[in-house]
Write a protein that binds this ligand. Structure first.
Ligand SMILES: Nc1nc2c(ncn2[C@@H]2O[C@H](COP(=O)(O)OP(=O)(O)OP(=O)(O)O)[C@@H](O)[C@H]2O)c(=O)[nH]1
Length: 599
């Protein structure tokens, strides 16, 4: 306001200014604040600021309850003052170097304890603050709780790398750790060892007590193995009843390393041999343990596992409940086996399999039939006996084509005999392996062969071994009954050596028992064997079964067997197994009587 010298107002002087831009700027700032607030309030993230000395100055949207310490307690402290369970001094030093270099950082993950002692995880990202002149003024950034994500990640890892039943590392994690261990061996020329542990006859427990009881044993076995290991060792479950212990940092000297590993293995063996109380029953379980050493020279983790596995198989073969170290010869044996397997695969197509026949005679030494015995005329190895290749054929499944070939060839022989009056009543006994017999289509296969060849079913005898009777007796009886309805006969081989219980024996539709040659061999010198033979004969009589004594080699044995009531015989005394022409030639000359070979 302008006035004169007497103070009387003359006029009002003013200026007017357009403040629209200012108002707009204010509004924009308000909006931006609101957006920021919404972000910090509505999300679980929070905002933080550090001063130029990396000390906390300010938080927004920070939830004390979720994050632990009240925010006031953090003001003035650096992150490393607060610390984190997962950070080493070196990691903090690297983080400080990033801040000192005024660089942006992302997703620094920190594990901490809240005031209640619970673990929580946060993830922090930040960027440096500079003023207009480009002077560094501290950091700002966001924090985020990642506790739930870490929990889910842990769960995923647990499922992927740990066995659900025992909580032990699984095969995948073991392979990971083994790879690491092999790398360490290469770097530091160290040694380690792998113990491959497989429970003996675990299947029987599952079959008799059920899968749940089996599971419960596996859990306890896992605990016992862990109690035998040192904290740094890895105990893993490969699957089924197979466990592995990985030992590292063994002494360099061979004998010291062997001693150290043997001590652990013996400890495991002993621990697992203690009885287990399962559902109120005492159960005794034993393991077989294979051991393979490793150092920087081993090619791969797979090779190493195979070696330990091979040694474990050797321990099984040595009678179970024992420890076996890997030897290079085991590898050679496997290689030889693979070669034999490849040869056996082509043996049928190459017509290298042959049937030999061993006569079965009656009391008058007259031929009543024969047992067919398989031989393999190998182009390089010469004549291979069934003992050398049948177990392999069983394991590889080759027993099925081989078994079918035997059946088919034997039936063709029956057809040829059937065409001659002198031989038409002869029978042929064919050995059938457990694996063959357990095939669901076994009955159909046999009937198919009989039909194709035109052989008389009542001239065919199928020989089964006692070990077959260990499993699913109902199925066995069903198959035998179906074939018997067509006239096929059944004989139980190697009787007396196995597991047949009398109750099974009564239920099986058998025609004949074969007394094992081990009893016949010493029948004149061992009173026990003589008693067993008499008992088998009496038993067979009461069950109305025929009996064939196998392995008759001398007139004395034959005489004893005859006097004890045996009426059918087979053995070197009459004839060694031979091609059918050779067998028939000898008999033909004797008018159907098989002449004794030896005195
Ligand atoms: N209860 C249970 N059984 C399992 C599990 N995994 C595999 N098995 C069974 O474990 C058994 C493994 O048997 P093997 O090791 O082959 O044979 P074994 O009877 O132990 O005989 P040997 O090893 O020759 O002494 C099989 O019957 C499997 O069905 C599992 O998680 N729980």
């Amino acid at each position: 306001m302008a006035r004169d010298e007497h103070g009387v107002p003359l006029r009002i002087v003013g200026a007017h200014m357009d403040i629209t831009p200012h108002r707009r700027a204010e509004e924009a700032l308000r909006q931006s604040e609101a957006r920021f607030r919404a972000l910090t309030e509505l999300s679980s993230d929070w905002y933080w600021e550090l001063d130029e000395h990396h000390r906390f100055m300010h938080f927004e949207g920070y939830s004390d309850t979720e994050i632990g310490l009240p925010k006031e307690d953090n003001i003035g402290l650096t992150r490393w003052d607060l610390g984190a369970l997962n950070m080493t001094d070196a990691q903090w030093a690297r983080h400080r170097a990033t801040l000192d270099a005024h660089e942006v950082f992302h997703d620094l993950e920190l594990q901490r304890l809240d005031t209640h002692g619970n673990i929580y995880w946060v993830s922090i990202s930040g960027a440096p603050i500079f003023d207009k002149e480009g002077r560094f003024g501290g950091y700002r950034g966001i924090g985020r709780s990642i506790t739930e994500r870490k929990r889910v990640e842990d769960e995923i890892e647990r499922l992927a790398f740990y066995d659900a039943l025992t909580g032990l590392p699984n095969r995948r994690l073991l392979l990971d750790r083994l790879t690491g261990a092999l790398d360490r061996c290469r770097e530091r020329t160290q040694r380690g060892a792998l113990l491959f542990i497989d429970l003996d006859n675990f299947k029987d427990l599952n079959d008799t007590m059920g899968h749940d009881v089996g599971d419960s044993l596996l859990e306890r076995v896992a605990n016992r193995i862990v109690s035998c290991a040192r904290p740094g060792d890895t105990v893993a479950r490969l699957g089924g009843d197979e466990f592995v212990v990985m030992l590292e940092g063994l002494p360099h000297a061979d004998d010291e390393a062997t001693q150290a590993v043997s001590a652990v293995a013996r400890h495991v063996l002993e621990a697992l041999n203690h009885p287990y109380l399962l559902e109120g029953y005492q159960h005794h379980s034993t393991p077989s343990v294979g051991i393979a050493f490793f150092d920087g020279d081993i090619e791969s983790v797979d090779d190493l596992l195979k070696r330990a596995d091979l040694a474990m198989y050797q321990a099984k073969a040595a009678g179970r409940n024992t420890i076996c170290f890997f030897q290079p010869e085991m590898q050679e044996a496997v290689t030889a086996r693979s070669a034999l397997e490849a040869d056996l695969r082509s043996a049928i197509g190459n017509h290298e399999l042959l049937l030999f026949f061993q006569p079965v005679v009656n009391e008058q030494s007259r031929l009543t039939g024969a047992e067919v015995l398989l031989r393999w005329q190998h182009p390089v190895r010469g004549m291979v006996m069934p003992g050398e290749f049948i177990p392999l054929a069983e394991q590889t499944g080759l027993i099925l084509p081989v078994g079918n070939w035997v059946l088919e060839t034997a039936c063709e022989q029956l057809v040829r005999w059937g065409a001659q009056p002198a031989t038409r009543e002869l029978t042929l006994a064919v050995n059938v392996s457990a694996r063959q017999f357990r095939q669901v289509d076994f009955v159909a296969t046999v009937l198919g062969v009989l039909e194709r060849t035109g052989a008389r079913p009542d001239r065919l005898k199928i020989e089964l071994t006692e070990s077959l009777l260990l499993s699913d007796v109902e199925d066995i009886i069903g198959k035998m009954t179906a074939l018997k309805a067509h006239g096929v006969g059944f004989s139980l081989d190697d009787f007396g050596t196995g597991y047949s219980s009398l109750s099974y024996l009564k239920r099986l539709p058998l025609d004949q028992l074969k007394i094992d040659q081990s009893f016949v061999r010493d029948v004149l010198t061992d009173p026990n064997d003589a008693a067993i033979v008499r008992t088998i004969l009496a038993l067979a009589e009461s069950l109305d079964l025929a009996v064939v004594a196998e392995g008759v080699e001398t007139a004395g044995q034959l005489d004893f067997l005859r006097r004890s009531g045996c009426r059918a015989f087979q053995g070197y005394y009459f004839s060694r197994p031979a091609p059918v022409e050779a067998m028939m030639a000898g008999i033909g000359a004797a008018g159907g009587v098989v002449p004794a070979m030896a005195g």
